[in-house]
Structure formats: structure tokens, C-alpha cells
Write a protein that binds this ligand. Structure first.
Ligand SMILES: C=C(O[C@@H]1C=C(C(=O)O)C=C[C@H]1O)C(=O)O
Length: 265
């Protein structure tokens, strides 16, 4: 049941349908990356293969940073249905830095950045550990994965705004007490999470099929292991999305209380 009229961009049902669509984007992005070898040198800082062109960064870090610089120059404001580094929502707006925090190689946030998690625990499992020289293609597919993951995680801002509008008094009270755990519990919907993980398992199983008749029925020939996709969400995507929601709701609640005080004075 949506919590607003259907034409409202903050309908929780509508926002959740965008997250469901992003599941497909992320699974297919992982499948696309898995067609190339690991090419470990693209994750190695200052790897000799790149003759110093990337300075003390890895090829992927360098490639991502340069890509983001181009995007940052051309990015205009977007609606909640499109990708946005900063939220079109009323104040507060999570700073663009949030994206960088998640991707910065030396990120201190939540057990390491999305890039650290992706490079250390996702790519080595979905790609064969060898070098096929497809460095540019591999990094391009990595960036598509990282951007889809970041888009999904930062969508937590819009989900948080929707929840705030449904229960603003409760969130304001918790925000004024800086009660992050209280906000985390209030925003958590375990039924939605369990349903999501089950749907993800089914999608990874179907999308990952190579339809190679000789191997019919052998899970080993899946293009991406099902448990990798499910664990990615269970261990990282969902917790990081909720971190974004909590960050947003703390600021949103405190600023709303300030606004109320100004009105009352
Ligand atoms: C995104 C939401 O907020 C939380 C995070 C979820 C997720 O990251 O998949 C799912 C349910 C909630 O615990 C939501 O309520 O839909």
C-alpha cells in the first residue's frame, strides 16, 4: 500500500520498485564484468603495466576518478527516478562527498569503501584469476558495477525522505537524541529484506544461466555464483543503504526541529 497518492515521487512503493529494477542492473553488471579475467594488475597501485601513468593509484582508481571528474562537470539535477549524486530532496542534502566516502580507496566508513569491498571480495570470486590483457574493458565494467552499487545505496536518501514524511515526529525525536540505533530499528523492514534476498537468489539463478545445453542443470556453469550476489546485498548493499538512511534522517530530523523552533519563536 503506497503511503502517498500514486503521483507522489516519495511513495515508498514506487521507490522500492526502483530498487527492484536496480537489482537487475547490478546482477547484469556483475555478469558483464565476469566475461573478462581478473586482470589483478588493474587493482594494484602503481602497477608496472601502466608505466607510471596512474601515479600512486591503481588503474581502476585512476580511471574511476577521471570518469567522476567528467561526470561531475556535466551532471545536472535529476528527479528521484534518475541517478543523482546529491538529493533533489528538501534540506538536508547528503553531500556529494558521501559518494566519494563510499568509493575513496582509503575510506574509513563502515568497514571500508564500496571499492575496497568490491575489489577484495566480489571481483576475485566472479572472475577467473588470470590476465587476458582486457584492462580497459575490465575497468569499464568495474566502474559500471561500482556506479550501480552506489546508485542503489544512495537511493537510501529517497527512501529515508519517504519514511520521514510518514513518521516525522518519531524521527525528529530520535534525531534530536542522536539515537542512530533507534532510527536504524525504526526504518528497518525485515520482511522487505527477506523477500528481496529470496528474489535476488531466483534472479541470479535465472539471469546467470548460459543456456548451454551440454551443461543443463549444473549450477557450476552459472555466469555469476548465486551466493556472491546474495552475500553482496546481505553483507554490504543493505547495511550501507541503511547507513545512508540513518545519516539522512539524523540531519533531516535535526533541521526540521530547527525549522519548527524558528516558526514557534
Ligand atoms: C530500502 C528500505 O529500507 C531498509 C533497507 C532495505 C534494503 O536496503 O533493501 C530494505 C528494507 C529496509 O530495512 C525499504 O524500507 O525499502
Amino acid at each position: 500500500m503506497s503511503n502517498f497518492t500514486e503521483n507522489n515521487p516519495f511513495s515508498l512503493d514506487k521507490l522500492r520498485s526502483t530498487l527492484i529494477r536496480l537489482e537487475d542492473t547490478i546482477i547484469f553488471a556483475l555478469i558483464e564484468r565476469a566475461q573478462f579475467a581478473l586482470n589483478n594488475c588493474i587493482y594494484t597501485k602503481g602497477a608496472l603495466e601502466f608505466n607510471g601513468a596512474t601515479g600512486d593509484r591503481s588503474f581502476l582508481e585512476y580511471f574511476l576518478w577521471e570518469t567522476e571528474k567528467v561526470h561531475a562537470k556535466v551532471r545536472r539535477y535529476t528527479s528521484p527516478d534518475e541517478y543523482a549524486f546529491t538529493s533533489p530532496l528538501p534540506e538536508p542534502i547528503l553531500p556529494v562527498l558521501k559518494f566519494k566516502e563510499f568509493l575513496a580507496p582509503n575510506d574509513i566508513n563502515v568497514n571500508g569503501s564500496i571499492m575496497d569491498i568490491y575489489v577484495k571480495s566480489i571481483v576475485p570470486v566472479i572472475c577467473q584469476d588470470r590476465d587476458d590483457n582486457n584492462y580497459g574493458s575490465s575497468a569499464t565494467k568495474d566502474i559500471e558495477c561500482l556506479q550501480a552499487l552506489s546508485r542503489r545505496i544512495h537511493y537510501g536518501k529517497f527512501i529515508a525522505e519517504s519514511k520521514f514524511r510518514s513518521s516525522s515526529e518519531e524521527y525528529i525525536k530520535l534525531a534530536l537524541a542522536n539515537d542512530r540505533n533507534g532510527i536504524y530499528e525504526l526504518l528497518t523492514n525485515r520482511q522487505v529484506e527477506e523477500k528481496l534476498l529470496e528474489r535476488l537468489r531466483r534472479k541470479a539463478l535465472v539471469y546467470g544461466q548460459t543456456f548451454d545445453q551440454e551443461k543443463e542443470g549444473q549450477n557450476s556453469h552459472l555466469r555469476v555464483p548465486v551466493n556472491v550476489v546474495v552475500e553482496l546485498y546481505e553483507r554490504w548493499v543493505i547495511p550501507l543503504t541503511k547507513e545512508v538512511e540513518v545519516d539522512y534522517l539524523i540531519e533531516r530530523g535535526q533541521k526540521a526541529a530547527e525549522g519548527q523552533q524558528k516558526q514557534d519563536s
